[in-house]
Design a protein around this ligand. Sequence first.
Ligand code: AMP
Length: 420
Amino acid sequence: MQTIDNFNFKNKKAIVRVDFNVPLDKSTFEVTDDTRIRGALPTINKILKDGGSAILMSHLGRPGGVAQEKYSLKHVIPALKKLTGTSIKFADDCIGESARELSSSLKPGELLLLENLRFYVEEEGKPNLPENITEEDKKAAREAVKKSQKEFTAKLASYADCYVNDAFGTAHRAHASTALIADLFSDENKMFGYLILAELNAMDKVLHSSQKPFTAIMGGAKVSDKIMVIENLLPRIDNLIIGGGMAYTFVKAQGGKIGNSLCEEDKLDLALSILQKAVENNVKVILPVDAVNADKFEANARTSHSKIGETPDGWLGLDIGEESVRLFSDIIKNSKTILWNGPMGVFEMPEFSAGTSAIARAIADATAGGAFSLVGGGDSVAAVNKNKLADEVSYVSTGGGAMLEYIEGKELPGIKAIRM
Ligand code: AMP
């Protein structure tokens, strides 16, 4: 497998799949969080420093195959220019005449940004299907897009001598720019960028860690989203801390009273089977022991405190309580490998954010004590950032969905396309 470190980009044009799917201000279209752009800088800088040029391609939002001003990647140009210190050429159609001309005249040291790939349905390979057409017509439309997707991919590939995938956030998608394009480059001319390498390194470090105890902390709303992750982790971990809304499905399955707390009624048996598998794998499962309850799902709700399994009728648990924080924190601080995905409560509302903040703090403390900690998933990352702890954990993943699928043990199309 080719590596970016070994590759000399001198006089080469590299087409780089980056993840510039950044949040924009609704009225000024300014980039409000440039984390993802900064994530691509090591790769961009290596290409330019070697004396090569880079053609950057990405999606932004979900334009559904239709060109729309609010999803234009031109909005990221000022931030990209500032961060790279280089002027940016822009092709206003990713496979149009401008893209062909600008890429063909691109000189060493120059950067070209292509317009949003998802202005074409070919990027994702899925047609927009009207509801009132026959199954046969749907099938024909899908086949037509698959065919035109090949041409779309070939056009993108024709702009460059080599392909770099550095978009971890979309590595779990088999799209034109994330996976299919790799087939059009020889093994020596395709590679991962530094961001994907760092993500893979962090995840592999956690999955294959010999640094014990290994504690996984799972939270968020739904058990169903995390089942596969939990099942793949059970043979590897020592402790499984379960917080957030998903904890209540486990509490109810064990006969606890949960009031109106979040619960997936159809997952009660599954919760019991996870607990059983944990026993078989010698994994200690730690559920909250107390909770902060609310009389309605609102920031200004009346609040009360109860033991877990004793939520009063009509109330719902929206955060873990102080005793749970102490219990979870002790385990976290004694861990040497930590994986965190999902908040401990409705952390978006200040009244119910204390549990999540305390867990972020405990992970930072464990990291200071020598543990390796990986935090992933939009909400846990937001919680770490909100508490200004991003620099105090070992690695913050840029791809929630991709990270979960990798940890589930799935082969990600964007990874498989390069790592053979
Ligand atoms: P997920 O996407 O599954 O990681 O879920 C994240 C969401 O779970 C966040 O928006 C939280 O507000 C929500 N959440 C966490 N704890 C609870 C809870 N106890 N009740 C309801 N929602 C919760």
